[in-house]
Design a protein around this ligand. Structure first.
Ligand SMILES: Cc1ncc(COP(=O)(O)O)c(C=O)c1O
Length: 414
């Protein structure tokens, strides 16, 4: 595939390049925000690591029922990810999304502390956009209306967010992906974290901060980028019962076979434990033990191994976007220092068309709009690029196709 710059090419040339892409019967996919097989292989020694010894440090048999909050050694791992104390962590099953569902369901239908939100009239949630589509689906599934707030390079637009929170009496949830946000890759700065921690004290009604730290240790370079500790700020603001943190090992070990964590105050954990008690006699402590044995004391080395696989892929995205679209006012894009995504912004009105055109050339992209509530990007401009699963050469070709589709769409003005 040609690496020639598309600078100053005519529509005719772009069309013939599209024709060539189509003739190659490409089968490229930048939709998959999941680890590559090479990344998964980094954790293959999880299998067999217990070697018949199922005893915890404290002598408990991991194979039996019990231990709703999770085993101590896995709680320590969760505490490292969430940068809090092990006492502030519950270890759950294989999915943090499921834990988020549990928390929302508890707050809406059972009452986290006092009243059930469903008894307080219509509930709304604030979502920074672009954001994570599964947060939106989850929120919508509870019949909760979403209010969008623009994302900036340092986190949500805080002035806009504070205004909404102070004035909207029905706003009960705020979604945050504070480090290497999906899809822009931004990291919330300390002032933003502090202002978010203060929000529940300014809200006219109860407000829960859902702090989804899915990419807490997913840095491309060491030392890792620091994220200010929201729970510490929340203690200062006396809002700690209103901040609930989440993380998992889905993108550290096995995406389908990891462990997930909930972090929060003792009051919060007690309320969640009461719901867990109804649902299960205990989590999969065997998998928790495997993970603790595998990761405790070597998490940083393990994440550095991920970074050695991922960084060249993100470098390829940046290099190719720069080569094909750089300095030409055709698009802007983010340059994350970790995480799983790059967000590309086209001029308003082009994202859908570019995604559709790319499909005709054999390149699958996440549907335009997916990173907005109700799948509606009002500007029709954000395209999410997920390069972790593809090979570097596939990424190079995919970005070239994307660039040609974008330029052709803009030049033909349709
Ligand atoms: C921001 C964010 N949160 C949560 C998840 C899913 O986490 P889990 O596999 O623990 O359910 C993802 C997966 O892409 C994600 O991007």
């Amino acid at each position: 595939m040609s690496k020639t710059s598309v600078n100053e090419e005519s529509v005719g040339v772009l069309e013939s390049r599209m024709k060539a892409f189509r003739q190659h019967s490409l089968n490229l996919d930048l939709t998959r925000g999941k680890p590559s097989p090479e990344q998964l292989a980094l954790s293959d020694s999880l299998d067999g690591i217990l070697d018949g010894d199922y005893r915890l440090e404290n002598g408990t048999d991991a194979r039996n029922y019990g231990g709703l909050r999770g085993i101590p050694e896995a709680r320590r791992l969760g505490a490292q990810l969430l940068e809090t104390d092990p006492d502030n962590v519950i270890v759950c099953g294989n999915s943090s999304l499921q834990a988020m569902h549990l928390v929302m369901d508890t707050a809406m239908n059972h009452g986290l502390f006092h009243e059930r939100y469903s008894d307080l009239g219509p509930t709304r949630a604030v979502v920074p956009v672009p954001g994570y589509d599964r947060h939106f689906t989850l929120t919508e599934s509870f019949g909760i209306e979403m209010i969008s707030i623009p994302m900036t390079a340092t986190g949500p637009d805080m002035d806009a967010l504070e205004e909404v929170i102070a004035s909207d009496t029905q706003c009960r949830f705020l979604w945050c992906v504070p480090k290497y946000s999906n899809p822009t890759g931004c990291v919330y700065d300390p002032d933003t974290v502090n202002r978010i921690a203060a929000l529940p004290s300014k809200a006219p009604g109860p407000l829960l901060i859902l702090w989804d730290n899915a990419y807490a240790v997913h840095d491309f370079d060491l030392p890792k980028k620091e994220l200010a500790p929201i729970l510490t700020f929340a203690r200062d603001h006396r809002t700690e019962d209103s901040v609930i943190m989440f993380a998992s090992t889905s993108k550290i070990t096995f995406a389908g076979g990891g462990i997930a964590f909930i972090g929060g105050s003792q009051n919060t954990l007690q309320a969640i434990e009461s719901r867990l008690e109804v649902m299960t006699i205990g989590p999969d402590k065997v998998n928790q033990l495997r993970h603790a044995k595998f990761l405790n004391g070597r998490l940083e080395d393990h994440m550095a191994a991920h970074a050695r696989i991922l960084k060249p892929k993100f470098d390829a995205v940046e290099r190719c976007l720069q080569q094909h679209l750089g300095n030409r006012d055709l698009a802007t894009w983010t340059r994350p220092e970790g995480g799983y995504f790059v967000a590309l912004s086209t001029p308003p009105g082009f994202a859908n068309q570019v995604v559709a055109m790319a499909a005709t050339a054999g390149l699958a992209l996440t549907p335009a709009g997916a990173t907005f509530p109700y799948s509606h990007d009002p500007e029709d401009s954000v395209i999410r690029i997920a390069p972790t699963f593809a090979s570097t050469s596939e990424i190079e070709t995919a970005i070239e196709v994307l660039a040609v589709c974008l330029e052709l769409s803009i030049r033909t003005g349709s």
